[in-house]
Design a protein around this ligand. Structure first.
Ligand code: FAD
Length: 316
């Protein structure tokens, strides 16, 4: 099976989601080709993708590939047409290129994919559906199969060793693809903390009573050496910023420890944090859904339990 993985990158670093998808593809066996498009690509840097399992790396280097997706679709298209599967990790450019490629070659696309495997008829993509209440396995009626992974669904650990051979490929950019130009780029305000990177998260929901109690959560997070996260209910209520939201319409996190304080455990929250190593829940309602998937549960008033926990940790 011929597999190509599109490698999204920015300022000299590969997107961890692309690396994760590459490593996953390599773990299934067979040849995996990484595709790197851009301007001024360094061969040694691209060849380093061998450490993530790439058997070879195609480099498309052209000034027209410096940022916008359509020229990247042009560069990728001839190689995608020869492949059985084209994989993308989550990312802004990746999503645009994946959609553009699917339209260009007339293939089906599976988005928000959280896993993929090899079946008898080719690749099988797994993704949540119906508000993340069910997992759906999809096969493809068209070729190549195009898959766009969900953010943080694939770990980006190096799996291979050594350097992959690099092959420079010709680039032909269509006239219409250069009709748009990049006017500028700005970084969104994130409040300085990236909750997807934290090893420990103390998350709060409506159960903490109000924004005036957020410092109690922050103190517990500090005592645990972690960061603070939140549910959509409290983000929608304006208690904290969207960059803190965990869940279906927020971020997917996988910390080693997730302490859920006054969180009911709705399915839309669960899908963003169920992969945490250890889940501790504090809730006054013994029937709260969060207790169904928490590893440890404390039934009690969160405003009593949190300070006691902080105090106990400070004493150690
Ligand atoms: C399409 C869609 C997308 C969504 N996306 C997301 C998402 O990305 N992330 C997300 O989080 N939600 C999302 N939601 C909302 C989700 O369905 C829930 O409404 C939300 O997660 C509930 O947040 P909560 O747990 O803070 O509040 P609640 O459901 O109100 O739960 C509060 C909990 O606190 C407990 N409690 C109350 N007082 C105390 C106390 N003193 N001590 C201890 N416990 C106490 C209660 O028993 C309760 O279990 C989405 C919904 C939809 C429809």
């Amino acid at each position: 099976m011929a597999t190509i993985v599109f490698m999204d990158h920015d300022e000299g670093a590969f997107n961890p989601n692309s690396l994760g998808v590459l490593a996953k593809a390599a773990s299934l066996g067979g040849e995996v080709t990484a595709f790197v498009g851009g301007s001024g690509i360094d061969d040694a840097w691209a060849g380093g993708l061998g450490a993530y399992g790439a058997s070879r790396v195609l480099v498309a280097d052209d000034a027209a590939l410096a940022g916008l997706p359509q020229p990247l679709v042009d560069a990728l298209e001839p190689h995608a047409r020869e492949a059985d599967t084209v994989l993308f990790g989550a990312g802004v450019v990746s999503a645009d290129v994946a959609a553009g490629l699917a339209a260009r070659v007339g293939s089906g696309i599976n988005c928000e994919t959280t896993d993929f495997t090899l079946g008898e008829g080719g690749v099988v993509a797994v993704r949540p559906a119906l508000g993340d209440t069910v997992m759906v396995e999809s096969t493809f009626a068209s070729s190549p199969a195009i898959i766009l992974g969900r953010a943080n669904a694939f770990a980006s650990e190096p799996t291979g060793s050594g350097t992959a051979p690099v092959e420079r490929v010709a680039v032909t950019v269509q006239e219409w693809s250069s009709a748009a130009r990049m006017a500028g780029r700005e970084q969104a305000e994130t409040g300085g903390v990236d909750i997807t990177e934290a090893d420990v998260l103390v998350a709060f929901g409506r159960g903490i009573g109000g924004p005036e109690n957020i410092p109690v959560v922050e103190q517990l997070a500090k005592a645990l050496g972690g960061e603070v996260a939140a549910t959509r209910a409290v983000v929608d209520a304006g208690w904290t910023s969207y960059s803190m939201q965990v869940g279906q319409t927020g971020k997917t996190v996988s910390p080693k420890l997730y302490v859920a304080c006054g969180i009911s455990g709705a399915i839309q929250h669960k899908v963003g944090m169920a992969n945490a190593g250890v889940i501790v829940a504090i809730n006054k309602d013994v029937n709260a859904p969060i207790f169904e998937f928490a590893d440890l549960g404390v039934v009690g008033d969160v405003l009593t339990v949190m300070p006691k926990l902080t105090e106990a940790l400070a004493g150690r």
